[in-house]
Design a binder for this molecule. Structure first.
Ligand SMILES: Nc1ncnc2c1ncn2[C@@H]1O[C@H](COP(=O)(O)OP(=O)(O)OP(=O)(O)O)[C@@H](O)[C@H]1O
Length: 327
C-alpha cells in the first residue's frame, strides 16, 4: 500500500545551520508516526519542509504525488493535502476573526457552498459548542483555541495531519483531553498523522511508529512498542531514562531532557552523539570507531533500526513509559 507520506534523504539548511540531515521515513496510511527528540533536533523543521514552509532538498511524496521543494506547482497542490496544527494557537488563529471565520478559512473548495453547516459540523466534531461560532479566539481558553485550530485543519479534509507539539502550551489536565480528542479523530476519520513531541510518554500513547531525532538526523525508528522494548540507540535510551514517574502516569521531564542536551553535538568525523554516549568511547576506549567514523548518514531502518556502531549493545530494556492499562 502506498504510504500517506514518504520522506527520503531530506535536507534543510538555514545558512550555516544544517537543521535536517538525510532524514527518511514513511507514514503508513491511517497510522500515526511520532517524531521525538530534544529541542533543536530538527523535528519542526522536518514538518515545515513537508508543508513547504522550509526549502529543502530530497524527496517528499504525499501518497503518490511529488511534494518536494523542487516540484513546482503540482507539488504545491499536493501539499494542500497536508494540514499542520501548531503549538501556539494564539498566534496561529487570527485574533480579528470569529471562530466561525477561522474554521471557514480552511474549508475545502467543495464545502464552501454550505459553509455555515460545515463549520457547525466541524465544531461539533471537535466537541466545541457551535454557539461559540461568533466568539473571538481571545475569548476562549487555550484548550478551546486548540480545538478551533484542529477544526480548521480538518476543514480542508486533509489526508495527512501534522501535529507539532500541540499540547505543549496547555495545562496538564487539558493536554490529556486534547490528546484523546486527536486520537479519536484520527481513528474515526482514518487520518494519517505525523505527531511531533519531545514527550516520549505522549508519543507512546498516541503513535504506532516513532522516529527519534538527534542533531538533525533520525537515529532510530520503528514500531513504538519495539523501539521502547528493544531500544538500540543510546540516545533513545537516554530519552526513556528521563521519563520519571509522576503519580500514576509517567511524564518526560523537560528538565532532564534539557540537561541531557546541555552539551552540543561533537564536531569532527565521528558520531555526533559520542561525547554524551554512555556506551561509546568515553567509557570504552576500544570504541575508537565512534571517534573516527560517522555511523550515519542514512536514517535508521524503517522496520526497526538505529544509526549507531554498537546498536543494541549493552542496552537492557527500561519500563514502558505508559502503563499497560492505559494503552
Ligand atoms: N528559521 C531558522 N533560522 C535559522 N535556524 C533555525 C531556524 N529554525 C530552526 N533553526 C535551527 O534548526 C535546528 C532545528 O530546529 P527545530 O526547531 O527544527 O528543532 P525542534 O526539534 O523542532 O526543536 P523545538 O522542539 O525546540 O521546536 C536548530 O538548531 C534551530 O536553532
Amino acid at each position: 500500500m502506498t504510504a500517506a507520506l514518504t520522506v527520503a534523504d531530506l535536507d534543510v539548511r538555514y545558512g550555516p545551520v544544517h537543521a535536517v540531515r538525510s532524514v527518511s521515513f514513511e507514514l503508513a496510511a491511517g497510522s500515526v508516526l511520532g517524531l521525538v527528540g530534544e529541542s533543536g533536533s530538527g523535528k519542526s523543521t522536518t514538518a515545515r519542509a513537508v508543508v513547504g514552509l522550509a526549502p529543502s532538498t530530497g524527496t517528499i511524496r504525499i501518497g503518490d504525488q511529488d511534494a518536494s521543494s523542487a516540484g513546482g506547482r503540482a507539488a504545491r497542490q499536493a501539499r494542500r493535502r497536508v494540514q499542520m496544527i501548531f503549538q501556539d494557537s494564539r498566534s496561529s488563529l487570527d485574533p480579528r476573526f470569529t471562530v466561525g471565520q477561522c474554521v471557514a478559512e480552511g474549508l475545502a473548495a467543495g464545502d464552501r457552498a454550505r459553509t455555515g453547516d460545515r463549520v457547525r459540523e466541524l465544531l461539533e466534531l471537535v466537541s466545541l459548542d457551535p454557539a461559540l461560532v461568533r466568539s473571538r479566539p481571545g475569548q476562549l481558553s487555550g484548550g478551546q483555541r486548540q480545538r478551533v485550530a484542529i477544526a480548521r485543519a480538518l476543514a480542508a479534509r486533509p489526508d495527512v495531519l501534522i501535529a507539532d507539539e500541540v499540547t505543549a502550551s496547555l495545562d496538564v489536565s487539558v493536554q490529556a483531553v486534547v490528546l484523546n480528542l486527536l486520537r479519536r479523530l484520527q481513528a474515526d476519520l482514518g487520518l494519517s498523522m505525523l505527531f511531533i513531541s519531545h514527550n516520549l510518554a505522549v508519543v507512546r500513547y498516541m503513535c504506532d511508529d516513532m522516529a527519534v531525532m538527534f542533531n538533525g538526523r533520525v537515529v532510530e525508528q520503528g514500531p513504538v512498542g519495539d523501539v521502547i522494548a528493544r531500544t538500540e540507540h543510546p540516545y533513545t535510551r537516554s530519552l526513556l531514562a528521563a521519563v520519571p514517574e509522576v503519580g500514576q502516569h509517567r511524564l518526560l521531564s523537560d528538565a532532564a531532557i534539557e540537561a541531557s542536551a546541555a552539551s552540543s553535538p561533537a564536531p569532527g568525523p565521528g558520531c555526533d552523539y559520542r561525547l554524551r554516549c554512555p556506551v561509546g568511547p568515553a567509557v570504552d576506549p576500544e570504541r575508537e570507531i565512534c571517534v573516527t567514523t560517522d555511523p550515519g548518514p542514512g536514517s535508521a531502518d524503517r522496520v526497526h533500526g538505529a544509526v549507531c556502531h554498537f546498536a543494541a549493545a549493552r542496552l537492557s530494556p527500561l519500563p514502558d513509559p505508559v502503563p499497560a492499562a492505559r494503552r
